[in-house]
Ligand binder design. Structure first.
Ligand code: HEM
Length: 441
């Protein structure tokens, strides 16, 4: 069904329509999985603590370097303590005059240099942003820019790792013991090797901090300080490694895809692109964009929200594990069920968003021309497990997008309009596309 509909999210949505249900139950191997649709049900999952768990099968441990540690794939007291710590550190990072904002602006300068060096040829937009996002995340976590050779290695390892998970996830998650019989074929050996290599890079960064070789205050130093406090038994070396990995995995592809969708959308909508350029020119002129400009660039900010609505980066949020028997929409959901939360179909629901497939930034602007909030949009989830990296992600997307449109007109190559259809796996990404970046000067 997934290959017929192009993605697991669409296949499941189709099934839910066939069965006319907003609570779709599936038996995958031994696992009971429920996909929840509709704003009322989704809000219930976001708000009730019975849904705060994360699955704890062997497969999810493999994602966290082999142990049930970190923030993303744990629950209970360990999650609460480390989520609180992470949220405290990520709150407002990127908003305001922080070192992270300067770092994003620095990446913008490098991106512009790259565009200028390639100005006479079409640029592959797909690979443009990976280094910029990874550098910003690494700076946040480990306090410094990552060395060029290590950056390339890390990007390659993450790419291989996500490919290995996509290829082998089904088999390894449903029949975990197959790793003993076919460690190579099942992908188990490859993932363990990749985990080991990523671990080594993070360990090296932690060692540099233990030797006080890094100048800047960063996440690793804050965590190490916490390890020296009393009653902080859960602040261990392995936990630090896994939280670093969690932040990089959760932040890199998601944020990069959001910028790519924004560029794709202006490439496909010339009028909107010109409106955004005029707003930038008339409001901030030639100055370096910063987060504070987002309140002045009302149309541009509304457009970026609209892109996040039409292209939901995490179409199925979760997975969650049900911590005690509960009921959704009249259906009994047993303890230990895995729950997936369908966000993308709320963002495309014609009852909430008239003409849902059309880009209309005006949805987020009131009659006085001021920004208007809308309670039906959830790109970062909601509730206790809401994304703690949203300030960093939104700041990155805003500064990089505005900084590129300020200097370049983005045109199709040979008049060919790239597809608006997303590649949807665990995350949604635009299909690889090329564009001409024509200097406005
Ligand atoms: C456009 C970019 C991003 C999008 C669309 C996004 C989306 C999401 C969503 C929907 C969730 C909630 C999952 C759930 O409800 O179960 C989430 C969780 C999470 N995100 Fe993000 N995210 C983005 C960027 C980032 C960044 C930059 C970071 C870190 C620097 C980050 C770190 C995390 C973590 C650690 C969690 C797990 C929270 C928990 O389980 O308590 N994300 N993200």
């Amino acid at each position: 069904m997934t290959s017929k509909h192009g993605s697991q999210w669409k296949a499941l949505l189709e099934l839910s329509k066939q069965w006319s249900t907003q609570v779709l139950g599936l038996k995958l191997g031994r696992e009971l999985v429920v996909v929840v649709y509709g704003e009322k049900n989704v809000r219930q999952v976001f708000s009730e603590s019975e849904f705060d768990g994360r699955p704890n099968s062997f497969f999810y441990k493999l994602r966290c370097l082999g142990k049930r540690l970190g923030v993303t794939f744990v629950d209970g007291p360990l999650w609460r303590e480390h989520r609180q710590f992470t949220v405290k550190h990520l709150k407002n990072v990127g908003f305001g005059k922080t070192s992270m904002e300067l770092e994003i602006q620095n990446e913008l300068k490098l991106l512009r240099e790259y565009i200028n060096d390639n100005k006479h040829k079409p640029i592959k937009v797909d690979s443009m942003f990976s280094s910029a996002v990874m550098n910003v995340l690494w700076k946040y976590v480990a306090g410094e820019r990552i060395r060029e050779d290590k950056l390339e290695r890390l990007l390659e390892l993450f790419y291989l790792r996500s490919k290995a998970f996509t290829l082998t996830g089904g088999l390894l998650s449903q029949i975990p013991w197959c790793r003993f019989i076919i460690p190579g074929l099942s992908g188990y050996k490859l993932i363990v090797d990749l985990n080991q290599q990523i671990s080594e890079i993070i360990e090296e960064a932690i060692k540099k901090h233990l030797n006080k070789e890094v100048q800047q205050n960063d996440f690793i130093y804050s965590f190490l300080d916490e390890m020296n406090e009393e009653n902080k038994a859960s602040f261990t070396y392995d936990q630090l490694k896994t939280v670093c990995l969690d932040l990089i995995i959760a932040g890199s592809q998601t944020t990069g895809n959001a910028v790519k969708f924004a560029l794709l959308s202006v490439l496909r909508n010339k009028n909107i692109q010109e409106k955004i350029f005029n707003e930038i020119e008339n409001t901030i002129g030639d100055s370096m964009p910063c987060w504070a400009d987002s309140s002045k660039l009302v149309y541009t900010s509304a457009f970026l929200l609209e892109v996040m609505r039409i292209h939901t980066i995490a179409p199925l949020a979760g997975p969650r594990r049900v911590l005690q028997d509960t009921v959704i929409d009249g259906y009994v959901i047993p303890k230990e069920t895995t729950v997936l939360i369908s966000l993308a179909d709320i963002h495309l629901d014609p009852n909430l968003w008239p003409d849902p497939h059309e880009i209309k930034p005006e949805r987020f602007i009131d009659e006085k021309g001021l920004s208007k909030s809308n309670e039906h949009i959830y790109p970062f989830g909601s509730g206790r497990r809401r994304c703690p990296g949203d300030s960093l992600a939104r700041s990155f997307v805003f500064i990089i997008f505005v900084g590129i449109l300020q200097k370049y007109r983005i045109d199709c190559v040979n008049g060919v309009l790239p597809s608006n259809e997303a590649d949807i796996g665990l995350l949604a990404a635009p299909k690889p596309f090329v564009a001409n970046f024509v200097s406005r000067e």
